[in-house]
Design a protein. Structure first.
Length: 353
């Protein structure tokens, strides 16, 4: 398992406790925490136009196998809506929680993902990224992110983990569906703040979606449309989130690392031009996003050199990779984590109670 070396000077102490405060002052003085409502209004308008274009193409094509291209296009559009929902959940768009929540609920309804359930889960991840006991994003039944985790797997999960590097991208086709199911379960268990509102917002678009498909398309085409749309959306979502932390150091309960180093050491940036910014919804600046989750997405690009320079001055490792290399690192890490299960002498370990 990759962990942070606590013998090195990046472990928290009183002398370094104000490093984040100093970095925050630099960021604030640069005006990078100011809201960018114009950007978000333009971004949301573009997304709505793209959604309308997809709907128009669906209506014009009618009962046709070419609708699979529409499904692929809408997978991209729905993921872009999910990125806006992510930003609203972090209160990046408006200063007030009420307005951000309004945007978040609407986008959650469109994408079919419970907004409040996702916000709660995502906040736990931000508080303890890559922590083996507290980060829900590395507590996935079918995957292991350390050799110790792989030894606890049982049944079909054990077989999947054994070959998880090869199965990773195929498994991502289920990501969108899994998120929807988990959100619906949370809503019906009343584990969210406004279960009735979320139930309505998730149900009405779903009924409209299914009705349109089975009215316009043949049953086989409708089913394949759903498979293509949801599968590609899952891959897009997974490929946007996976490079950010997978393969980075994992923190244990014995390690005490200050906020700055906890966020920087466990995160990876994806380098590239503005096309990468658009493709990944700003999540390619994962280090800056984790340090300043309220920072509007378009300001992350300007914050990046400030944060990298600060880390260099303070001897804090700052990780970044190209999109291709980041996936290679993720797959190598997953392959290594599953190594004990490919050893025929490895015996299963009882899962912790």
């Amino acid at each position: 398992m990759t962990t942070v070396d606590t013998s090195r000077p990046h472990v928290a102490d009183h002398r370094r406790g104000s490093d984040f405060a100093r970095l925050s002052r630099e960021i604030d003085q640069a005006g990078l925490l100011n809201r960018r409502r114009g950007y978000y209004f333009a971004r949301m308008a573009i997304n709505v136009l793209m959604l309308a274009a997809g709907g128009l193409a669906f209506a014009l094509l009618g009962d046709s196998w070419w609708q699979m291209l529409t499904a692929a296009f809408l997978a991209v559009v729905f993921t872009q809506f999910a990125f806006i929902g992510h930003d609203a959940g972090h209160k990046q768009i408006f200063r007030t929680g009420r307005r951000n929540n309004l945007v978040g609920y609407l986008h959650g309804g469109i994408t079919g993902i419970s907004y409040q359930w996702w916000v709660g889960k995502h906040n736990l991840h931000h508080a303890n990224p890559n922590h083996e006991d507290h980060d829900p994003d590395i507590a996935i039944p079918a995957l292991a992110f350390s050799r110790e985790q792989s030894r606890t797997k049982q049944g079909i999960y054990r077989w999947i983990t054994k070959y998880q590097a090869f199965l990773f991208f195929p498994l991502l086709t289920l990501e969108a569906v899994i998120l929807r199911i988990a959100g619906i379960q949370a809503v019906f268990r009343r584990e969210v703040n406004r279960p009735v509102l979320e139930a309505v917002l998730l149900t009405i678009p779903f009924i409209g979606y299914m009705t349109a498909l089975f009215l316009v398309l043949s049953p086989l085409q409708a089913i394949l449309f759903i498979v293509v749309h949801q599968g590609l959306m899952g891959i897009y979502l997974g490929c946007s989130f996976a490079p950010n932390h997978k393969g980075m150091p994992i923190l244990t309960k014995e390690q005490q690392v200050d906020h700055l180093r906890k966020q920087v050491l466990t995160s990876r940036n994806i380098s590239g031009g503005r096309w990468v910014d658009g493709l990944l919804g700003g999540l390619n600046y994962q280090i800056e996003h984790h340090l300043f989750p309220h920072m509007p997405r378009p300001n992350l690009r300007r914050a990046q050199p400030i944060v990298e320079n600060f880390c260099a001055r303070h001897g804090i490792p700052y990780s970044k990779a190209t999109l291709r290399n980041s996936y290679a690192q993720v797959l190598r890490h997953l392959h290594d984590a599953g190594a004990p299960l490919r050893n025929r002498t490895a015996a299963p370990v009882e899962a912790p109670q």
